[in-house]
Design a protein around this ligand. Structure first.
Ligand code: IMP
Length: 178
């Protein structure tokens, strides 16, 4: 079973739902009258975005983008756009939804790209933040949970495309990736 490869549960499903309610409320207040375009970075953000938007109580639109990031547990260092947006974001207020901010390289490139497309503002909401690993000086405006420097899986986060469907955030057993 999938769960047999989990060393420990770091953040439970209940905790994630509760935090999504808080973040949704905060975002709804901050973006009142701004009709943000909420852009999910595929594929890791999907479960978090699905949960979070239930608690956003203002008009907003959903978009998706795919950029390349990790292969296994190591960063490739270079970020490529694999799926671009379906619509113009010129003059729009954009909120990027991420699963985790690790080195910060992905976010830096994505923010750069969205501003180059003419976005008025680009902010980020990330389910997780791993500040110990940061290389680029960048922070998400909204963070679900700050976690220690451990490779995590579940609630959208993968190891070699697996474990995204776990309903919690957990740490993978070392024998699964060593
Ligand atoms: P960054 O560019 O180093 O900030 O990496 C961001 C991306 O790396 C995330 O969107 C994840 O897809 C992936 N990533 C970073 N840390 C982890 C982790 O602990 N588990 C799974 N994926 C991760």
């Amino acid at each position: 079973m999938l769960a047999d490869n989990v060393e420990k549960i770091l953040i439970s499903e209940e905790e994630i739902v509760e935090r999504c309610k808080e973040l949704g409320k905060e975002i709804s207040t901050d973006y009142e009258g701004k009709d943000p375009i909420i852009i999910g970075l595929l594929k890791g953000s999907v479960p978090f975005m699905a949960e979070l938007i239930k608690y956003i109580t203002i008009d907003c639109e959903m978009e998706f983008m795919a950029v390349s990031s990790y292969s296994g547990t190591e960063s490739m260092g270079d970020v490529r756009i694999l799926k671009d947006l379906d619509r113009s974001i010129k003059g729009e207020n954009v909120l990027v939804v991420e699963d985790i901010v690790d080195t910060g390289k992905t976010l830096e490139k994505v923010k750069e790209l969205l501003y180059s497309k003419g976005a008025d503002s680009v902010k980020v909401v990330s389910l997780l933040d791993k500040p110990d690993r940061r290389i680029v000086d960048i922070e998400a405006e909204y963070v679900g949970f700050t976690i220690p420097n451990e490779f995590v899986i579940g609630f959208g986060l993968d190891f070699d495309q697996k474990y995204r469907n776990l309903p919690y955030v957990g740490v993978l057993k070392e024998e699964c990736y060593k």
